[in-house]
Write a protein that binds this ligand. Structure first.
Ligand code: C5J
Length: 229
């Protein structure tokens, strides 16, 4: 029975070991992706992010069908905002900031409608949801402990935004010894140039933070791995 399967990636092929790999879906939240949410309220074009929904949906279906680990993250804060750094609250000087009333409830506050994950990618029972106060999913969360308990050594990382929470998480994961494979079509940024540069930074210098590939390559690799079992 093969324990691993190679798939096409940049800067070179990635050896996927499904039993030691988790799919980590970053911040596919209503406030970032839905028309009428906080992201759009700030003047962003949410269609730039929405292109990542369908590839994530297909990947998630294939990943679940293979019986592998899936984890989801959400960026947000306690309702009392005790975990919100004052610097994060005031930065940007926008009219509405974290904790204020927004179009889908209080902005980036846990329990509010806009903070939740979009219905297309909603977590299934048993899939851990990591509520993170920062951009990186390891900061002030139990993600590392959960991954260690599951013997996870590799992460397939998707979500939004490519240059902020995806990049920060991949860098944190890299420093903790995980191999990260980031899927280009399953990530998105309000700024296409930042998306491209965010991916370039990951695979630069021989894969300084990890690898970049596509959902199609991972789905094919999973099918090959399953049929060889
Ligand atoms: C994420 C952000 N999720 N851009 N947040 O990237 O503020």
């Amino acid at each position: 029975m093969p324990t691993a399967v190679d798939l096409a990636a940049e800067p070179y092929e990635f050896t996927l070991a499904p039993n030691n790999c988790a799919l980590l879906i970053i911040d596919m939240q209503r406030d970032f992706l839905e028309p009428g949410g906080f992201g759009e309220m700030l003047g962003n074009d949410v269609s730039q992010l929405r292109g990542a929904i369908e590839p994530n949906r297909k990947l998630l279906a294939a990943w679940r069908a293979a019986g592998l680990s899936v984890l989801h993250t959400r960026e947000g804060h306690r309702p009392d905002l005790a975990d919100l750094p004052p610097a994060k609250k005031v930065r940007g000087r926008s009219a509405a900031s974290i904790g204020d009333a927004g179009p889908m409830g209080r902005i980036l506050v846990r329990g509010e409608a806009g903070h939740d994950i979009i219905p297309e990618l909603y977590p299934a029972p048993g899939e851990p949801v990591i509520d993170k106060p920062g951009k990186g999913a390891f900061h002030a969360t139990d993600l590392h402990a959960i991954l260690q308990h599951r013997d996870v050594k590799q992460l397939v990382v998707t979500g939004v935004t490519t240059e902020v929470c995806v990049n920060t998480t991949v860098r944190e994961a890299n420093d903790r010894g995980y191999d990260c494979l980031v899927l280009e079509d399953c990530c998105g940024s309000y700024d296409p140039e930042f998306h491209a540069m965010g991916l370039r930074m990951i695979k630069a210098q021989g894969g300084i933070f990890g690898w970049v590939s596509s959902s199609e390559s991972v789905i094919e690799a999973l099918a090959a791995w399953r049929s060889a079992r």
